[in-house]
Design a protein around this ligand. Structure first.
Ligand code: PBG
Length: 327
């Protein structure tokens, strides 16, 4: 008989009351972990609920400022900005993407003027601006890598000029982190960060987001640049490559179906790891709780702590505001 065996050892002792459970809790969630995605659209005085993301809105820039203020008051340190581009401004070269007065750039300027302390991150990818709905430039039905990576570096500089603290390339082109880092350095933005979507999978869970931005691919799919859900070694390679190319934070996306990838990446890099709790994950919890099949708050908090357990340092999540209220 060994005292570390039953009946001397009883795991339930450490679960017997709330205070003991608090004492032995291994992971904690904090508002400091949250990055709140925000969708901005053209116009004034308006917000639109995204049909497949109940309770989540696209805002015109003036109302977006109010939303940002609420997030700040809840202690959320950072937002990740996405711009909805009208069809007549979409092309295959990036005119609007590089427009210094474009919606993304002007919204960043507004946010940073109003809330200098807020960490403003911008999504850097071509799909919301692309007449083909792809993350890069299209030539002969192919998404061409190097031309696209050049464009992404120019977009990053344009966002930095507007005041973005971090650029967040979500496109999965090869070599873009190095090009972005070099472009930021050459243009004097040595203090701006790169949060790289390093391991971004070709996922069905982005569906609601593509509704939010009207950015679904016009032909084909994203499998020649986004990753195969079957792979994890490749995710580690992508993250390590991005770290070496100059990323400050690496990201795994989506979140819940890829917790093993978060863990593997966390163990392979020496920089913070973020995870994107994507639109489809949000929609699933919302839909099931609307049906009365799940308790929304409990399911949300359980998902969020799972990211911490898996090793995530930061969580980009549409639940940021709801969770911050509970914390
Ligand atoms: C665009 C982009 C996508 C998301 C973030 N940036 C969609 C895609 O790659 O098709 C998805 C976010 C979400 O689903 O919440 N490059």
């Amino acid at each position: 008989m060994n005292a570390s065996e039953f009946p001397y050892s009883r795991g339930r002792r450490l679960r017997s009351c709330e205070n003991i459970r608090r004492m032995v809790s291994e992971h904690t969630l904090s508002v400091n972990d949250f990055i709140a995605p925000l969708f901005v659209m053209e116009g004034k005085g308006n917000r639109e609920e995204i049909a497949s993301m109940p309770g989540y809105y696209r805002f015109t820039a003036d109302l977006l400022l109010k939303e940002a203020e609420e997030l700040i008051n809840l202690g959320i340190p950072s937002v990740l900005l996405f711009a909805m581009v009208p069809d007549d401004k979409k092309d295959n070269e990036g005119k609007e993407a590089l427009n210094p007065k474009g919606l993304m750039q002007s919204t960043v300027r507004l946010l940073k003027n109003e809330f200098p302390e807020l960490v403003v991150m911008t999504d850097v990818a071509f799909d919301p601006y692309s007449s083909y709905g792809h993350d890069g430039i299209v030539e002969n039905g192919q998404i061409v890598n190097d031309e696209s990576a050049d464009l992404l570096a120019k977009m990053s500089v344009s966002h930095a000029e507007a005041g973005a603290d971090f650029v967040a390339p979500s496109d999965m082109m090869d070599g873009r982190i190095l090009l972005i880092r070099e472009a930021l350095e050459e243009n004097g933005f040595v203090d701006r960060g790169i949060m790289s979507y390093s391991a971004k999978y070709a996922s069905s869970y982005y569906g609601p987001f593509r509704d939010a931005l009207d950015s679904a691919p016009g032909f084909g799919d994203k499998k020649t640049y986004q990753m195969d859900p079957a792979n994890v070694t490749e995710a580690v390679k992508e993250a390590v490559t991005d770290e070496l190319e100059g990323a400050d934070i690496v990201m795994v996306k989506p979140g819940l179906p890829y917790l093993d990838v978060v863990r593997a990446v966390k163990e392979a890099v020496s920089i913070p790891v973020s995870v994107y709790n994507v639109s489809g994950e949000y929609a699933m919890i919302k839909a099931a709780s609307k049906m009365g099949w799940l308790n929304e708050e409990e399911a949300m908090m359980e998902a969020l702590i799972a990211f911490k357990r898996a090793g995530a340092d930061l969580i980009a999540t549409y639940f940021a505001k709801d969770a911050a209220r509970l914390l």
